[in-house]
Write a protein that binds this ligand. Structure first.
Ligand code: GLC
Length: 743
């Protein structure tokens, strides 16, 4: 007990001696230095250690002794632990039963909500609404912080061009501009303006870097890319997160061109700290230090620890390598204690900024937890986000009128498919502690929306396997109905981490079910739930209406019903290209022209014998219940000089019968460069609302900065010459104007 009194007293003394510790960086520095001077080397290394609790499992290795490690000072940080009651006891152990009482960080994968689940990030990316995405992050932080957490391992900003990779679900698609805007928005949403605010979380941008480009789309596989592609396509979103003030960075599992990032000084120090000015803390991904051995760059764990620490890693997630070997490396003179202090200061600074030294229990208030979880603002935003993320891919007339919106006069609806009455899979991958009990199913949403209709529900088949025994009843029901709504796609484990697929068709026998239901002749609306683009070519050819719902989260059923009924006019557009088949991958909008661009008249041009070059659906594509007409693109000048800018204007008119939103997109092409340049690059977009018949003027300003790229000498600059500016509803738009950047 006496030791306890000294400990608590010491921390309080340190805190009090800095007045209110949150004011002034000098006082923060003084507090941290004072505390550091009290710490043993082992206690310092404990602060560089992050262990998982037993609450949730997010990786291959567990540690049953985390409680003992907290008490011994070997574990200064925990993840996969939440609820106030559970975390308060763990924090009490750290604060009241260790020598110095340094509070724990509590991290968790709050990826798209905590208990209330929002659409998966790839879905939200289709909203083209960074403000909405920022609000999702802020509300996720509020609910998670109220549950005893203070750190999230998000935003995941890995650009991905390969839908075979299951983690494409967690990111924001293929475009660096869109990805950078969302990265910035999420960091601001999670962290707010004051990390010590009890409704904010420290964010962690991941997975630095280029984790989204594994060979063959196979998770954890080699990344081998040109330096130019890495810099122009994959790095911008990480930089955007750093520029937004992200508190921590997570090093990725993968190698880049032969060097695993967790052992890469080039990435973790030269780029991240020296070039970008990152001052926060670098944490590894799950046991990624240990994995330097199978990577083949470390002989043993001690060597792995040395490589990682030297590269710039501060905190070891779940590997216990720093715990087991860093002291030895210091005692052998491989590192100095000052080297260790540098890393420990970053951890203590984060805890300080979170206000944990001021009040270690500040995030552990049960009354606040009860008041915040599932609150109306969370539930309402979950619906708003789901409505804004679902992409209408097709809506063809049946008997002269578009099948959607479904009329209230419809009498008999057959709702068929494994996602019809489903609470867990619609939350998608990384739904962590999402509460399935709060999910509104598709069935529940439709019954509320169409109270006069007779709605009969059948699963028809499962997500996996070949069992077609449910087909007969489903086909019979479809044949007796006025409309079939098919709720089909992937379950939540068929995308996400360690969930790469070589075939992107509907899983199991769902394609067969789809075709049998189609054969009945009853009109079919397909609602597809997935964590990635699927190769739904047959569906695109035969089914009149397709709504791509992704995995929409807690308010799934309400959002689907709002859109199918027309109470919500869909506005989302794809943030990722949909391939026709796996053979086309990688296929993305900002590709190059090649020296032999496809020409139907000439055999010897770039094409396939068995498929078109074009994707099934292009980046930026999405329909509305309205129709929009674009006027001519008018530039205010046809040449600019260095430092100058040019503005293009275009009118957009709602030629439909209902109010709607249109995402107007602006792309640029650099016709001639010292290196080959993409056919298009997204340089701006504007989401506008238009009433029927209303038209608006939309303007985009292009500056010289927008034209920069890594030239033949890898210098980031714009080169004089001719450019095209395209403005339209998606990335395959043909209308453009030209302008010149003068020498
Ligand atoms: C996982 C993931 C990472 C996550 C971490 C902690 O392996 O790669 O995204 O944040 O472990 O759960």
């Amino acid at each position: 007990m006496r030791l306890l009194m000294i400990t608590t007293g010491l921390l309080l003394l340190l805190a009090v001696s800095c007045d209110h510790p949150e004011t002034g960086s000098a006082q923060k520095e003084k507090f941290i230095d004072s505390l550091l001077s009290e710490m043993t080397l082992e206690e310092k290394i404990g602060q560089l250690t992050l262990f998982t609790s037993g609450w949730d499992i997010t990786g291959p290795v567990l540690n049953e002794n985390y409680r003992q490690d907290i008490l011994s000072g070997r574990c200064g940080n925990l993840f996969n632990a939440h609820t106030v009651a559970y975390n308060r006891e763990l924090q009490r152990m750290a604060v009241e039963e260790t020598r110095l009482g340094i509070p724990l960080l509590f991290g968790y994968d709050v990826i798209h909500g905590h208990r209330t689940i929002f659409p998966i990030p790839l879905a939200e990316a289709c909203s083209w609404d960074p403000g909405m995405v920022k609000k999702t992050a802020a509300l996720s932080a509020k609910e998670a912080a109220a549950s005893g957490l203070n750190w999230t391992f998000n935003p995941m900003v890995d650009i991905a061009r390969d839908p075979r990779w299951g983690r494409i679900a967690e990111g924001s698609g293929e475009d660096p501009l869109l990805g950078s805007l969302y990265a910035h928005a999420r960091v601001e949403g999670y962290q707010g303006t004051d990390l010590s605010d009890v409704f904010t979380l420290a964010a962690c941008v991941k997975h630095f870097a280029v984790y989204g480009a594994p060979q063959a789309g196979r998770d954890y596989h080699v990344v081998d890319l040109s330096e130019r592609t890495i810099r122009e396509v994959y790095l911008p979103p990480y930089k955007a997160a750093v520029d937004a003030g992200v508190a921590t960075v997570m090093s990725s599992f993968n190698e880049i061109n032969g060097v695993p990032v967790t052992a890469s000084k080039a990435y973790l120090t030269d780029i991240l700290r020296d070039k970008w000015g990152f001052k926060g803390m670098v944490v590894t991904d799950y046991t990624s230090i240990n994995e330097l051995i199978p990577h083949g760059v470390a002989e043993d764990l001690k060597h792995a620890g040395e490589l990682a620490f030297r590269a710039g890693v501060d905190m070891d997630m779940q590997g216990s390598v720093f715990n087991d070997y860093l002291a030895e490396l210091v005692n052998e003179g491989v590192f100095s204690e000052e080297d260790v202090n540098r890393a420990v200061k970053r951890v203590l600074a984060l805890k300080y900024d979170l206000g944990l030294f001021d009040d270690p229990y500040r995030y552990l208030d049960e009354e606040r937890e009860k008041a915040v979880l599932y609150s109306d603002e969370l539930m309402e935003h979950a619906l708003v986000a789901a409505r804004k993320s679902m992409v209408l891919l097709k809506n063809e007339p049946v008997n002269g009128t578009p099948l959607l919106p479904v009329q209230q006069s419809v009498k008999k609806i057959a709702l068929i498919g494994p996602l019809a009455d489903n609470r867990v899979d619609v939350m998608g991958t990384w739904h962590a502690s999402g509460d399935a009990g709060k999910v509104v199913t598709v069935e529940e949403g439709l019954r509320k929306k169409f109270p006069a209709a007779s709605i009969k529900v059948l699963k028809g088949c499962d997500f996996t396997g070949n069992d077609m025994s449910g087909f007969r009843a489903a086909i019979s029901l479809a044949g007796q109905s006025d409309l079939v709504i098919l709720a089909i796609g992937e379950n939540h484990q068929q995308s996400g981490e360690a969930a790469s697929r070589t075939c992107l068709d509907l899983p199991g026998v769902q394609q067969q079910l789809l075709e049998k239901i189609h054969e009945t002749g009853t009109p079919v609306v397909a609602v597809v739930f997935a964590g990635r683009p699927l190769t739904i070519n047959w569906m695109d050819e035969h089914i009149p209406a397709i709504l791509y719902a992704w995995h929409p989260g807690t308010r799934t059923g309400d959002a689907v019903a709002d859109i199918l009924s027309g109470d919500c006019n869909p506005s989302a557009k794809l943030a990722i290209t949909f391939p026709r088949n796996v053979g086309q991958i990688p296929v993305f909008y900002n590709t190059k022209n090649t020296g032999r661009p496809f020409n139907a008249e000439n055999k010897y041009t770039s094409k396939y014998l068995d498929a078109l070059n074009e994707p099934l659906y292009p980046f930026g594509y999405g329909l509305s219940y309205s129709t929009f007409e674009y006027g001519t693109i008018s530039p205010d000048k046809n040449s600019i000089s260095a430092g100058d800018s040019l503005t293009v204007s275009v009118t957009v008119k709602n030629t439909g019968k209902c109010a709607g939103e249109e995402i107007v997109q602006c792309y640029v092409r650099d016709l001639v460069g010292s290196v080959t340049r993409p056919l298009k690059e997204l340089k701006g977009f504007s989401k506008i609302s238009l009433d029927p018949g209303e038209e608006k003027l939309v303007q985009f300003t292009i500056t010289e900065d927008d034209l920069r790229f890594y030239d033949i000498n890898m210098e980031y600059r714009a080169e004089p010459g001719e450019f095209r500016i395209y403005v339209g509803p998606h990335s395959q738009v043909d209308e453009y104007v030209t302008f010149t950047l003068n020498r």
